[in-house]
Design a protein around this ligand. Structure first.
Ligand code: PLP
Length: 365
C-alpha cells in the first residue's frame, strides 16, 4: 500500500521522516504483553534507551505521545508549587498542564524567540517556595534551545535547590542533541518517538532521577496510568502495566540498533552539521534566524520570512517535488516565519535537495 502513496519527505519538526525499514520493523506477528517475546523485546530496548539519554538511571516507556509524560512529570513531582518557564508555544503547555492538574504555579515568561535567562530563574526561586521547575529544552515553535547547564546551576544554587525537581521537555531534541541526564543532574527528561528518534508517533520516554522517584512516593493522586512508581515496577520486569504496543516497540528496538550503529555522538554531530548548513543557506538567502546566536536549535531552524514569501504557495510547489516544510507556529508566527527541520534520519543530501527546491521557488518569483 505504501508503494502507491506519493512520498512527501517531511522537513517539518515532527512527525519526522521514518525510513522504510523502520516502518517495516512494525510488521511482525503479534505477541502478548506477558509472553517471553515481549519481555525480551523490552529487555533489549532498555539499555539502548539509557545510552541515548546518557544515563544509568531508569528510562520509563509510555504508550502515548510526549504530552502524556509532561502530565506525568507534573503529577508525580509537584507537592508545593511549580515554576513554568515559558518562551514559546510548547512551554506554554507546561503551565496549562499544571493548571489542569490543580497544581499551584507561577510562570516565568519571556518573549517568544528568546531563551530563558538563568538570572531570572535564580531570582524567582530565591524565596524557596517552589519544589519543581519546568523547562522546554528545545522550543519547536521558535527554534530556540535553552541552555540547560546554566539553568540547572541557577536551580541548584537556590536555597532549597536540591529539593527542586527539574522537569525537562526534550520532545523535539532528544537523540538529536546531547543532553546528558546524569551529568546535568536533571530529574525528568522526556521525549516523544515521532521527532528526532524518527519513529511513528505513539510512544514516549522519560529518564527519571532517584530524587524524582523519592518525591513521587510523597505525592498523593499521581493518577493511575501515569504513576511513575507503577511504571517503574513493571519496567523492572521488562513489562508495561497495560497492554504493550508491541509493533511500535519493535520499530523502536530496530531504530535503537541503527542509532547504536551510527553512534550517539555521531548522531548529535550530524544534527549540528545540518543545523549549521541550514543557517548558512538561510542567512545566505537573506533570511534572519529568529533565535539569537548560541541558542539556535540543532533540530529545527526558524527564519523570519524577510523575503515575504507566500509560505503556503512555497509548500504547494515543494509538494510537486515530494517535500514539505513548516510554516511559522500559530497566529503569532504564521507566514511571518517558517521552519525547516533537520531532524531524525535526514541527511545532508536531503537538506541540499530542499535548499535547491526553495532556491528554485524564490528565483521564479
Ligand atoms: N513539547 C514540544 C517541544 C513539542 O515540539 C511538542 C510537539 O510538537 C510537544 C511538546 C507535544 O508532544 P506530543 O505531540 O508528542 O504530545
Amino acid at each position: 500500500m505504501r508503494d502507491n502513496t506519493p512520498h512527501i519527505k517531511l522537513f517539518i519538526p515532527g512527525p519526522t521522516e521514518v525510513l522504510p525499514e523502520v516502518l517495516d520493523a512494525q510488521g511482525g506477528w503479534m505477541f502478548g504483553h506477558r509472553m517471553p517475546e515481549c519481555l525480551s523485546l523490552i529487555g533489549s530496548i532498555r539499555p539502548k534507551l539509557r545510552s541515548v539519554f546518557l544515563t544509568e538511571k531508569r528510562v520509563l516507556i509510555a504508550q502515548n505521545t510526549g504530552t502524556g509524560l509532561m502530565e506525568a512529570a507534573i503529577r508525580n513531582t509537584v507537592n508545593k508549587k511549580v515554576l513554568n518557564c515559558v518562551n514559546g508555544a510548547f512551554s506554554t503547555r507546561w503551565a496549562e498542564i499544571a493548571a489542569a492538574n490543580g497544581k499551584e504555579q507561577e510562570t516565568l515568561a519571556v518573549e517568544w524567540g528568546e531563551a530563558i535567562p538563568p538570572e531570572l530563574v535564580a531570582e524567582r526561586l530565591a524565596d524557596g517556595s517552589f519544589d519543581a521547575i519546568c523547562i522546554t529544552h528545545n522550543e519547536t515553535s521558535t527554534g530556540v534551545t535553552n541552555s540547560l547547564p546554566e539553568l540547572v546551576e541557577a536551580v541548584r544554587n537556590a536555597p532549597n535547590g536540591d529539593d527542586i525537581m527539574i522537569l525537562v521537555d526534550a520532545v523535539s531534541s532528544l537523540s538529536g542533541a546531547r543532553i546528558p541526564f546524569d551529568e546535568w543532574d536533571l530529574d525528568v527528561l522526556l521525549t516523544s518517538s515521532q521527532k528526532a528518534f524518527a519513529l511513528p508517533a505513539g510512544i514516549s520516554f522519560a529518564a527519571v532521577s532517584d530524587r524524582a522517584m523519592a518525591r513521587a512516593k510523597t505525592v498523593p493522586n499521581r493518577g493511575y496510568y501515569f504513576d511513575f512508581l507503577v511504571l517503574e515496577k513493571y519496567l523492572l520486569k521488562n513489562q508495561t502495566p497495560a497492554t504493550t504496543a508491541v509493533s511500535l516497540l519493535s520499530a523502536l528496538d530496530f531504530q535503537l540498533d541503527r542509532i547504536m550503529e551510527e553512534g550517539v555522538q555521531n548522531r548529535f554531530d550530524r544534527h549540528l552539521a545540518m543545523r549549521d548548513r541550514t543557517l548558512e543557506w538561510g542567512i545566505g538567502r537573506g533570511f534572519k534566524p529568529l533565535a539569537a546566536e548560541g541558542f539556535r536549535s540543532p533540530t529545527v531552524s526558524c527564519f523570519h520570512n524577510t523575503l515575504g514569501l507566500d509560505i503556503p504557495a512555497l509548500n504547494t510547489f515543494l509538494r510537486t517535488k515530494g517535500m514539505f516544510l513548516s510554516n511559522g507556529y500559530g497566529s503569532k508566527l504564521k507566514n511571518k516565519t517558517f521552519r525547516i527541520a533537520h531532524m531524525g534520519d535526514l541527511q545532508m543530501e536531503d537538506m541540499e535537495g530542499l535548499f535547491a527546491a526553495v532556491d528554485e521557488f524564490i528565483d521564479a518569483q
